[in-house]
Design a protein around this ligand. Sequence first.
Ligand SMILES: NC(=O)c1ccc[n+]([C@@H]2O[C@H](COP(=O)([O-])OP(=O)(O)OC[C@H]3O[C@@H](n4cnc5c(N)ncnc54)[C@H](O)[C@@H]3O)[C@@H](O)[C@H]2O)c1
Length: 347
Amino acid sequence: MTYRIGIVGPGMIATTAHIPALLKDGRAEIAAVTSRTHETAQKAAERFHIPGVYTSEAEMYANEQLDLVLICVPNAYHAASVRRAFEAGVHVFCEKPPAMNAAEASLMEKAASDADRHLMYGFHHRFQLETIVLKKAVDSGELGDIYHMNVQAVRRRGIPGWGSFTDKEKQGGGPLIDVGVHMLDLAAYISGFPKPVEVMGVTHQRLGRKPGVGLLGDWDPHTFSVEDFASGMIRFENGSSLVLETSYAANTAEQERLNVSFFGDEGGADTSPFRMYGEKYGALLDTTPVFLDKMEDRDAYDRQLTHVLDVLDKKAAPAPPNQGTYVQQLVDALYESAATGKAVSFR
Ligand SMILES: NC(=O)c1ccc[n+]([C@@H]2O[C@H](COP(=O)([O-])OP(=O)(O)OC[C@H]3O[C@@H](n4cnc5c(N)ncnc54)[C@H](O)[C@@H]3O)[C@@H](O)[C@H]2O)c1
Protein backbone atom coordinates (compact mmCIF):
# COMPACT_ATOMS: atom_id res chain seq x y z
CA MET A 1 0.00 0.00 0.00
CA THR A 2 1.21 3.51 -0.79
CA TYR A 3 0.36 6.34 1.60
CA ARG A 4 -0.18 9.91 0.46
CA ILE A 5 1.81 12.19 2.72
CA GLY A 6 1.91 15.96 3.22
CA ILE A 7 4.79 17.99 4.66
CA VAL A 8 4.12 21.07 6.77
CA GLY A 9 7.34 23.06 7.12
CA PRO A 10 9.98 21.76 4.66
CA GLY A 11 12.94 23.00 6.75
CA MET A 12 16.06 21.30 8.04
CA ILE A 13 14.58 18.24 9.72
CA ALA A 14 11.93 17.54 7.07
CA THR A 15 14.34 17.76 4.13
CA THR A 16 17.43 16.13 5.64
CA ALA A 17 15.82 13.37 7.73
CA HIS A 18 12.12 12.69 7.20
CA ILE A 19 11.55 13.00 3.46
CA PRO A 20 14.66 10.87 2.69
CA ALA A 21 13.48 8.32 5.29
CA LEU A 22 10.04 8.08 3.67
CA LEU A 23 11.56 7.71 0.23
CA LYS A 24 13.86 4.91 1.46
CA ASP A 25 10.91 3.02 2.94
CA GLY A 26 9.10 2.93 -0.37
CA ARG A 27 5.51 2.94 0.94
CA ALA A 28 5.16 6.73 0.81
CA GLU A 29 4.16 9.13 -1.90
CA ILE A 30 5.02 12.69 -0.87
CA ALA A 31 1.92 14.29 -2.35
CA ALA A 32 2.05 17.85 -1.05
CA VAL A 33 4.16 20.39 0.78
CA THR A 34 3.17 23.61 2.47
CA SER A 35 5.37 26.41 3.70
CA ARG A 36 5.06 30.04 4.67
CA THR A 37 6.37 31.22 1.31
CA HIS A 38 5.79 29.80 -2.15
CA GLU A 39 9.56 29.90 -2.80
CA THR A 40 10.47 27.53 0.06
CA ALA A 41 7.59 25.16 -0.73
CA GLN A 42 8.54 25.20 -4.43
CA LYS A 43 12.21 24.56 -3.63
CA ALA A 44 11.34 21.43 -1.63
CA ALA A 45 8.84 20.36 -4.30
CA GLU A 46 11.47 20.56 -7.03
CA ARG A 47 14.11 18.77 -4.95
CA PHE A 48 11.85 15.85 -4.03
CA HIS A 49 9.41 15.88 -7.01
CA ILE A 50 6.38 16.80 -4.88
CA PRO A 51 3.35 17.67 -7.06
CA GLY A 52 1.22 19.69 -4.60
CA VAL A 53 2.72 23.06 -3.56
CA TYR A 54 0.87 25.24 -1.03
CA THR A 55 1.29 28.21 1.26
CA SER A 56 -1.86 27.35 3.25
CA GLU A 57 -2.47 24.16 5.20
CA ALA A 58 -6.25 24.60 4.81
CA GLU A 59 -5.88 24.79 1.05
CA MET A 60 -3.65 21.71 1.04
CA TYR A 61 -6.24 19.68 2.99
CA ALA A 62 -9.07 20.98 0.76
CA ASN A 63 -7.28 19.88 -2.42
CA GLU A 64 -5.42 16.74 -1.40
CA GLN A 65 -6.54 13.40 -0.02
CA LEU A 66 -3.77 12.73 2.51
CA ASP A 67 -3.25 9.78 4.83
CA LEU A 68 -0.56 11.36 6.97
CA VAL A 69 1.01 14.74 7.51
CA LEU A 70 4.44 15.52 8.96
CA ILE A 71 4.37 18.69 11.09
CA CYS A 72 7.88 20.17 11.06
CA VAL A 73 7.31 23.85 11.84
CA PRO A 74 8.72 25.71 14.88
CA ASN A 75 7.28 24.58 18.22
CA ALA A 76 4.91 27.55 18.58
CA TYR A 77 2.96 26.36 15.53
CA HIS A 78 2.72 22.61 16.32
CA ALA A 79 -0.61 22.80 18.18
CA ALA A 80 -2.47 24.79 15.49
CA SER A 81 -1.05 22.67 12.65
CA VAL A 82 -1.95 19.44 14.44
CA ARG A 83 -5.50 20.71 15.04
CA ARG A 84 -5.90 21.58 11.34
CA ALA A 85 -4.71 18.10 10.33
CA PHE A 86 -7.19 16.37 12.64
CA GLU A 87 -10.00 18.60 11.38
CA ALA A 88 -9.13 17.26 7.93
CA GLY A 89 -9.12 13.69 9.25
CA VAL A 90 -5.42 13.08 8.60
CA HIS A 91 -3.02 11.07 10.81
CA VAL A 92 -0.17 13.15 12.28
CA PHE A 93 3.52 12.73 12.87
CA CYS A 94 4.59 15.86 14.78
CA GLU A 95 8.17 16.81 15.52
CA LYS A 96 9.34 17.07 19.12
CA PRO A 97 8.72 18.69 21.51
CA PRO A 98 4.99 18.01 21.23
CA ALA A 99 4.20 21.70 21.72
CA MET A 100 5.10 24.81 23.71
CA ASN A 101 3.76 23.39 26.99
CA ALA A 102 1.75 20.55 28.52
CA ALA A 103 -1.57 22.40 28.21
CA GLU A 104 -1.16 22.50 24.43
CA ALA A 105 0.06 18.89 24.32
CA SER A 106 -2.97 17.79 26.29
CA LEU A 107 -5.34 19.54 23.85
CA MET A 108 -3.51 17.89 20.94
CA GLU A 109 -3.94 14.50 22.62
CA LYS A 110 -7.69 15.15 22.98
CA ALA A 111 -7.97 16.32 19.36
CA ALA A 112 -6.36 13.04 18.22
CA SER A 113 -8.80 11.05 20.28
CA ASP A 114 -11.82 13.07 19.07
CA ALA A 115 -10.73 12.65 15.45
CA ASP A 116 -9.84 8.98 16.00
CA ARG A 117 -6.51 9.59 14.26
CA HIS A 118 -2.95 8.75 15.29
CA LEU A 119 -0.71 11.42 16.84
CA MET A 120 2.94 10.32 16.88
CA TYR A 121 5.86 12.43 18.06
CA GLY A 122 9.40 12.70 16.70
CA PHE A 123 11.29 11.21 19.62
CA HIS A 124 13.65 9.37 17.30
CA HIS A 125 16.10 8.31 20.04
CA ARG A 126 13.57 5.58 20.85
CA PHE A 127 14.54 4.08 17.49
CA GLN A 128 18.29 3.92 18.12
CA LEU A 129 19.38 0.28 18.04
CA GLU A 130 20.86 0.81 21.50
CA THR A 131 17.49 1.94 22.86
CA ILE A 132 15.72 -1.07 21.37
CA VAL A 133 18.15 -3.44 23.13
CA LEU A 134 18.14 -1.51 26.41
CA LYS A 135 14.33 -1.38 26.53
CA LYS A 136 14.21 -5.18 26.21
CA ALA A 137 16.89 -5.58 28.86
CA VAL A 138 15.14 -3.26 31.33
CA ASP A 139 11.70 -4.79 30.67
CA SER A 140 13.13 -8.24 31.33
CA GLY A 141 14.48 -7.04 34.69
CA GLU A 142 18.18 -7.11 33.82
CA LEU A 143 18.87 -3.83 35.62
CA GLY A 144 16.58 -4.67 38.53
CA ASP A 145 14.94 -1.66 40.14
CA ILE A 146 16.09 1.60 38.49
CA TYR A 147 16.57 4.05 41.33
CA HIS A 148 18.42 6.86 39.57
CA MET A 149 18.86 8.34 36.10
CA ASN A 150 21.44 10.84 34.92
CA VAL A 151 20.26 12.72 31.84
CA GLN A 152 22.72 14.72 29.74
CA ALA A 153 22.18 16.67 26.54
CA VAL A 154 25.17 18.94 26.79
CA ARG A 155 26.81 20.85 23.97
CA ARG A 156 30.02 22.80 24.41
CA ARG A 157 29.22 25.14 21.51
CA GLY A 158 26.04 24.10 19.73
CA ILE A 159 23.68 27.03 19.56
CA PRO A 160 21.65 26.33 16.40
CA GLY A 161 22.41 28.97 13.82
CA TRP A 162 19.40 28.15 11.61
CA GLY A 163 15.68 28.40 12.19
CA SER A 164 14.24 29.98 15.33
CA PHE A 165 15.90 27.95 18.11
CA THR A 166 17.12 31.05 19.97
CA ASP A 167 13.67 32.70 19.96
CA LYS A 168 11.64 31.91 23.08
CA GLU A 169 8.39 33.06 21.45
CA LYS A 170 8.72 30.48 18.68
CA GLN A 171 10.34 27.59 20.56
CA GLY A 172 9.24 27.95 24.19
CA GLY A 173 12.81 27.75 25.49
CA GLY A 174 16.35 26.67 24.68
CA PRO A 175 18.26 23.40 25.14
CA LEU A 176 15.82 21.99 27.71
CA ILE A 177 12.78 21.98 25.42
CA ASP A 178 14.89 21.31 22.32
CA VAL A 179 17.55 18.66 23.06
CA GLY A 180 17.08 17.93 26.77
CA VAL A 181 13.56 16.84 25.90
CA HIS A 182 14.93 13.97 23.75
CA MET A 183 16.95 12.55 26.64
CA LEU A 184 14.14 13.14 29.16
CA ASP A 185 11.84 11.20 26.86
CA LEU A 186 14.41 8.42 26.60
CA ALA A 187 14.77 8.20 30.39
CA ALA A 188 10.99 8.13 30.83
CA TYR A 189 10.41 5.61 28.03
CA ILE A 190 13.02 3.18 29.34
CA SER A 191 12.03 3.54 33.00
CA GLY A 192 8.28 3.26 32.36
CA PHE A 193 7.09 6.85 32.91
CA PRO A 194 7.31 6.97 36.70
CA LYS A 195 4.98 9.47 38.36
CA PRO A 196 6.84 12.68 39.31
CA VAL A 197 6.29 14.09 42.80
CA GLU A 198 8.74 17.00 42.95
CA VAL A 199 10.77 18.93 40.39
CA MET A 200 13.52 21.48 40.90
CA GLY A 201 15.08 23.34 37.96
CA VAL A 202 17.62 26.07 37.29
CA THR A 203 18.31 27.87 34.00
CA HIS A 204 21.16 30.15 32.94
CA GLN A 205 21.74 32.53 30.07
CA ARG A 206 25.51 32.96 30.19
CA LEU A 207 27.08 32.43 26.77
CA GLY A 208 24.27 32.89 24.23
CA ARG A 209 23.95 36.64 24.65
CA LYS A 210 27.56 37.39 23.78
CA PRO A 211 29.39 36.73 20.50
CA GLY A 212 31.34 33.49 20.36
CA VAL A 213 32.30 30.39 18.41
CA GLY A 214 29.31 28.91 16.57
CA LEU A 215 29.88 25.28 15.70
CA LEU A 216 26.29 24.87 14.45
CA GLY A 217 26.26 28.10 12.48
CA ASP A 218 26.06 31.73 13.51
CA TRP A 219 23.39 33.00 15.84
CA ASP A 220 22.48 36.55 16.79
CA PRO A 221 23.43 37.20 20.44
CA HIS A 222 21.25 40.36 20.46
CA THR A 223 18.04 38.40 19.88
CA PHE A 224 19.03 35.31 21.95
CA SER A 225 16.05 34.98 24.32
CA VAL A 226 16.29 31.36 25.57
CA GLU A 227 18.35 29.70 28.30
CA ASP A 228 21.73 28.33 27.21
CA PHE A 229 22.03 25.93 30.17
CA ALA A 230 19.49 24.15 32.36
CA SER A 231 19.82 21.68 35.18
CA GLY A 232 17.29 19.98 37.37
CA MET A 233 16.30 17.18 39.65
CA ILE A 234 13.12 15.14 39.71
CA ARG A 235 11.89 12.84 42.47
CA PHE A 236 9.40 10.14 41.50
CA GLU A 237 6.67 8.43 43.50
CA ASN A 238 8.43 5.06 43.19
CA GLY A 239 11.43 6.47 45.09
CA SER A 240 13.65 6.95 42.04
CA SER A 241 15.34 10.20 41.05
CA LEU A 242 16.63 11.90 37.92
CA VAL A 243 19.20 14.62 37.47
CA LEU A 244 19.52 16.54 34.24
CA GLU A 245 22.02 18.82 32.58
CA THR A 246 21.46 20.34 29.18
CA SER A 247 23.13 23.14 27.25
CA TYR A 248 23.50 24.82 23.90
CA ALA A 249 26.79 26.26 25.11
CA ALA A 250 28.88 25.50 28.19
CA ASN A 251 32.55 25.50 29.07
CA THR A 252 33.07 21.76 29.21
CA ALA A 253 35.25 19.10 27.58
CA GLU A 254 33.14 17.33 24.99
CA GLN A 255 31.54 19.04 22.00
CA GLU A 256 28.37 17.02 22.56
CA ARG A 257 27.26 14.54 25.18
CA LEU A 258 23.83 12.96 24.63
CA ASN A 259 23.44 10.21 27.19
CA VAL A 260 21.19 8.74 29.82
CA SER A 261 22.79 6.68 32.59
CA PHE A 262 20.51 4.24 34.39
CA PHE A 263 21.39 3.05 37.88
CA GLY A 264 19.60 -0.16 38.90
CA ASP A 265 20.12 -2.49 41.84
CA GLU A 266 20.92 -5.42 39.50
CA GLY A 267 22.76 -3.50 36.78
CA GLY A 268 23.35 -0.18 35.11
CA ALA A 269 23.60 1.23 31.60
CA ASP A 270 24.72 4.17 29.51
CA THR A 271 22.90 4.84 26.26
CA SER A 272 25.78 6.54 24.45
CA PRO A 273 28.24 5.00 24.06
CA PHE A 274 26.00 2.04 24.87
CA ARG A 275 27.17 -0.25 27.63
CA MET A 276 25.50 -2.28 30.35
CA TYR A 277 27.19 -2.79 33.71
CA GLY A 278 26.65 -5.79 35.95
CA GLU A 279 28.15 -8.16 38.44
CA LYS A 280 28.31 -11.88 37.63
CA TYR A 281 30.53 -14.88 38.33
CA GLY A 282 32.31 -12.96 41.08
CA ALA A 283 33.32 -10.20 38.72
CA LEU A 284 32.12 -6.86 37.43
CA LEU A 285 30.96 -7.48 33.87
CA ASP A 286 30.33 -4.97 31.06
CA THR A 287 28.15 -5.77 28.03
CA THR A 288 28.47 -4.10 24.62
CA PRO A 289 26.33 -5.25 21.69
CA VAL A 290 27.50 -5.65 18.10
CA PHE A 291 25.01 -4.20 15.64
CA LEU A 292 25.17 -5.67 12.17
CA ASP A 293 22.35 -3.28 11.19
CA LYS A 294 24.80 -0.40 11.58
CA MET A 295 26.30 -1.49 8.28
CA GLU A 296 22.98 -0.73 6.61
CA ASP A 297 22.20 2.73 5.35
CA ARG A 298 19.43 3.22 7.93
CA ASP A 299 19.49 5.34 11.03
CA ALA A 300 17.05 6.09 13.87
CA TYR A 301 15.20 8.67 11.75
CA ASP A 302 14.68 6.05 9.04
CA ARG A 303 13.47 3.43 11.53
CA GLN A 304 11.16 6.02 13.10
CA LEU A 305 9.36 6.73 9.81
CA THR A 306 9.23 3.03 8.93
CA HIS A 307 7.52 2.53 12.29
CA VAL A 308 5.02 5.32 11.47
CA LEU A 309 4.17 3.60 8.16
CA ASP A 310 3.95 0.26 9.99
CA VAL A 311 1.37 1.88 12.29
CA LEU A 312 -0.67 2.96 9.26
CA ASP A 313 -0.28 -0.59 7.92
CA LYS A 314 -1.55 -1.86 11.31
CA LYS A 315 1.66 -3.85 11.74
CA ALA A 316 2.79 -1.84 14.79
CA ALA A 317 1.15 -0.02 17.67
CA PRO A 318 1.87 3.70 18.08
CA ALA A 319 3.15 5.15 21.35
CA PRO A 320 0.19 6.80 23.08
CA PRO A 321 0.39 10.60 22.77
CA ASN A 322 -0.02 11.04 26.53
CA GLN A 323 3.66 10.03 26.75
CA GLY A 324 4.45 13.30 24.95
CA THR A 325 2.27 15.24 27.39
CA TYR A 326 4.07 13.53 30.29
CA VAL A 327 7.49 14.68 29.05
CA GLN A 328 6.16 18.16 28.41
CA GLN A 329 4.87 18.31 32.02
CA LEU A 330 8.40 17.63 33.26
CA VAL A 331 9.79 20.37 30.99
CA ASP A 332 7.09 22.82 32.19
CA ALA A 333 7.87 22.03 35.83
CA LEU A 334 11.64 22.47 35.33
CA TYR A 335 11.04 25.89 33.71
CA GLU A 336 8.51 26.90 36.36
CA SER A 337 10.87 25.98 39.17
CA ALA A 338 13.71 27.88 37.47
CA ALA A 339 11.49 30.96 37.15
CA THR A 340 10.13 30.93 40.70
CA GLY A 341 13.19 29.59 42.51
CA LYS A 342 10.96 27.03 44.22
CA ALA A 343 10.39 23.30 43.79
CA VAL A 344 7.24 22.30 41.89
CA SER A 345 5.15 19.69 43.68
CA PHE A 346 2.90 17.25 41.79
CA ARG A 347 1.04 16.10 44.90
N1 LIG B 1 13.97 15.20 16.06
C1 LIG B 1 15.02 15.94 15.83
O1 LIG B 1 16.15 15.49 15.93
C2 LIG B 1 14.83 17.38 15.42
C3 LIG B 1 15.91 18.09 14.89
C4 LIG B 1 15.71 19.41 14.48
C5 LIG B 1 14.46 19.99 14.62
N2 LIG B 1 13.43 19.28 15.17
C6 LIG B 1 12.10 19.92 15.34
O2 LIG B 1 11.53 20.14 14.06
C7 LIG B 1 10.86 21.39 14.02
C8 LIG B 1 11.46 22.22 12.89
O3 LIG B 1 12.86 22.37 13.09
P1 LIG B 1 13.87 22.61 11.85
O4 LIG B 1 15.24 22.44 12.38
O5 LIG B 1 13.46 21.82 10.67
O6 LIG B 1 13.60 24.15 11.61
P2 LIG B 1 13.68 24.98 10.26
O7 LIG B 1 13.65 26.41 10.67
O8 LIG B 1 14.80 24.50 9.41
O9 LIG B 1 12.32 24.61 9.51
C9 LIG B 1 11.07 25.07 9.96
C10 LIG B 1 10.08 25.09 8.82
O10 LIG B 1 8.89 25.73 9.29
C11 LIG B 1 8.59 26.87 8.49
N3 LIG B 1 8.13 27.95 9.36
C12 LIG B 1 8.87 28.80 10.06
N4 LIG B 1 8.09 29.69 10.71
C13 LIG B 1 6.87 29.39 10.39
C14 LIG B 1 5.65 29.96 10.71
N5 LIG B 1 5.55 31.06 11.47
N6 LIG B 1 4.55 29.38 10.24
C15 LIG B 1 4.64 28.34 9.45
N7 LIG B 1 5.80 27.77 9.06
C16 LIG B 1 6.90 28.29 9.54
C17 LIG B 1 9.88 27.26 7.82
O11 LIG B 1 9.61 27.95 6.62
C18 LIG B 1 10.52 25.90 7.60
O12 LIG B 1 10.01 25.29 6.43
C19 LIG B 1 10.99 21.99 15.41
O13 LIG B 1 9.85 21.68 16.16
C20 LIG B 1 12.19 21.26 16.01
O14 LIG B 1 12.11 21.13 17.42
C21 LIG B 1 13.60 18.00 15.54
